[in-house]
Write a protein of this length. Structure first.
Length: 497
């Protein structure tokens, strides 16, 4: 849960502005009651118990309608529902409720223009509006909302330089702005943003270590940012702490398992974590149970255990509210597993269920060749982290003289990546070079990926200029699978150079 606790601190330090009782003891009891209800609601929200959380925040609003707190947290329910569940009506509801926060906090500032609490709530809600609008590709409006939010947060922190909870908000902004795609950086400069990636991480680290109410928020953001920085081990620490505290929310375990599987290629460990995630019973978080089924299917497929992969894939497609394209792709993967098991008939049945998935349509037309089967298993070995097995499979491919250009290119690419992961960078460079000797690839992902990986290998042996050349060449390619992630990685490396 992304940004919630950031602003809670403000009302804790100055509750009197929002309550009209004159008796100090009445004020204290009244404020503590609202505070306790709010904390209970926040815990429910972190556990993805959305209905329970909304009941608590409605209670806060009823008790203290002039306090922006209840309005803010109620709005955040729909922010999280939209962010994690991707229901468009939740986006509309969040925008509507965010207006209530702006109105309530604005009235506080009308009476006290230097009220840092109200400025924090305004900074937070504008920031969150910017985030969801960026997810809807409303880039210009997102940037303007972000600019407003950043200004309010800066002003609020000026009132208390040691407010480490508040630093979390600025840490988020500093990091996000530093990672804006290069094509939009001109807009950021015009609007006066100066993102600082390292400063943002440092601010979040301080919030996680020294903050009072923002510790969990900072930990969540750090868990995401350190994955993007390719430091997943640092992300695990924070994810573990969150999973231990919010035991009714499978999301943290699912996220942990996915990092193990897709980033670190530690399939066996991922299976243990993901199986733990699916034991959590929470009807409002079923999406994360079903996506864990999908990840488990991938994990077993990477281990070339196709029977087990099929079983988890079938669980996934039988789950509720699955995106149609994800379902189609899963049917393709199930079909592929059947074909790898030698059951072409059942494979075709699943390919036909995959709708317009292009890979499935290709497999219906043409069965896997012997070379294709070795390449698939070779790719699986790599994704499971079995790098020596990748090289063994490559030796088997060497005996096949009829490989086409794509098969030859993929063979050298997979070997190159295995050598890279094993720390043999010279051999990796040689293998990537072999890929670039081949022309006329039908699969458009091979060349941009090869230039990117070659650039990374050149960096490992100290050839910065050669690395930069490979990165810039990779950036010229467009419209291929995985383009966004590759370009993000390239821009990150170029920024470091």
């Amino acid at each position: 849960m992304n940004k919630i606790i950031l602003l809670l601190f403000l009302f804790f330090i100055s509750p009197n502005i929002f309550f009209s009782q004159n008796n100090p003891e009445t004020k204290r009891v009244y404020w503590e009651s609202v505070h306790n209800i709010t904390v209970t609601g926040i815990d429910a929200l972190y556990n993805f118990k959305f209905k329970e959380a909304e009941e608590k925040f409605d209670e806060v609003i009823k008790i203290a309608p002039a306090d922006p707190r209840g309005h803010f947290f109620k709005a955040m329910i729909y922010h999280y529902r939209y962010t994690f569940l991707r229901v468009r009506t939740d986006f509309d509801k969040f925008i509507q409720l965010s207006d209530n926060v702006i109105d309530a906090a604005g009235k506080v500032l009308d009476k006290d223009k230097n009220n840092s609490n109200a400025m924090f709530y305004l900074g937070g809600i504008y920031g969150y509006r910017g985030i969801v609008r960026s997810q809807e590709n409303q880039i210009v409006r997102a940037v303007w909302d972000g600019r407003k939010g950043y200004s309010y947060l800066e002003n609020a922190i000026e009132a208390n330089l040691n407010n480490h909870d508040a630093e979390m908000g600025l840490g988020m902004f500093n990091y996000f702005v530093s990672r804006i795609p290069s094509s939009f950086r001109w807009m950021i400069k015009i609007m006066g943003f100066n993102g600082d990636r390292q400063k943002g991480l440092e601010q979040l680290e301080r919030a996680a270590a020294k903050g009072t109410y923002a510790k969990n928020e900072a930990k969540w953001w750090l868990s995401q940012f350190y994955v993007a920085e390719e430091q997943p081990e640092r992300a695990f620490k924070f994810l573990n702490e969150l999973a231990d505290k919010y035991t009714q929310n499978p999301f943290y375990l699912q996220r942990y398992g996915n990092i193990l599987l897709y980033w670190l290629r530690r399939a066996d460990e991922a299976i243990v974590v993901l199986k733990k995630a699916i034991t959590i019973q929470n009807s409002e978080a079923e999406r994360f149970i079903s996506t864990s089924y999908s990840s488990l299917s991938d994990a077993y497929r990477f281990k070339n255990n196709f029977t087990e992969s099929i079983q988890w894939g079938q669980k996934y497609v039988s789950s509720k509210d699955i995106d149609s394209s994800a379902k189609d792709y899963t049917y393709y993967r199930i079909g592929l597993c059947y074909e790898l098991l030698g059951d072409r008939t059942t494979a075709i049945q699943n390919y036909q269920r995959a709708g317009k998935n292009t890979d499935a349509q290709e497999r219906i037309k043409a069965p896997l060749t012997y070379a294709d089967i070795i390449l698939v298993k070779m790719s699986n070995n790599f994704e499971a982290g079995d790098y020596q097995d990748v090289i063994k499979s490559a030796n088997e491919l060497m005996t096949i003289s009829s490989l086409n250009e794509d098969q030859r290119g993929e063979k050298y690419f997979r070997i190159g990546r295995a050598y890279f992961e094993l720390g043999n960078f010279d051999n990796a460079i040689e293998m990537f070079g072999q890929v670039l000797q081949i022309k006329n690839f039908k699969q458009n992902w091979i060349l941009p990926n090869t230039h990117y990986r070659l650039g990374l290998a050149q960096l490992k042996v100290g050839n910065k200029q050669k690395a930069k050349k490979e990165f810039k060449t990779a950036l010229k390619f467009k419209d291929y699978t995985g383009e966004r992630r590759i370009k993000y990685g390239i821009e990150s490396e170029l920024d470091k150079l």
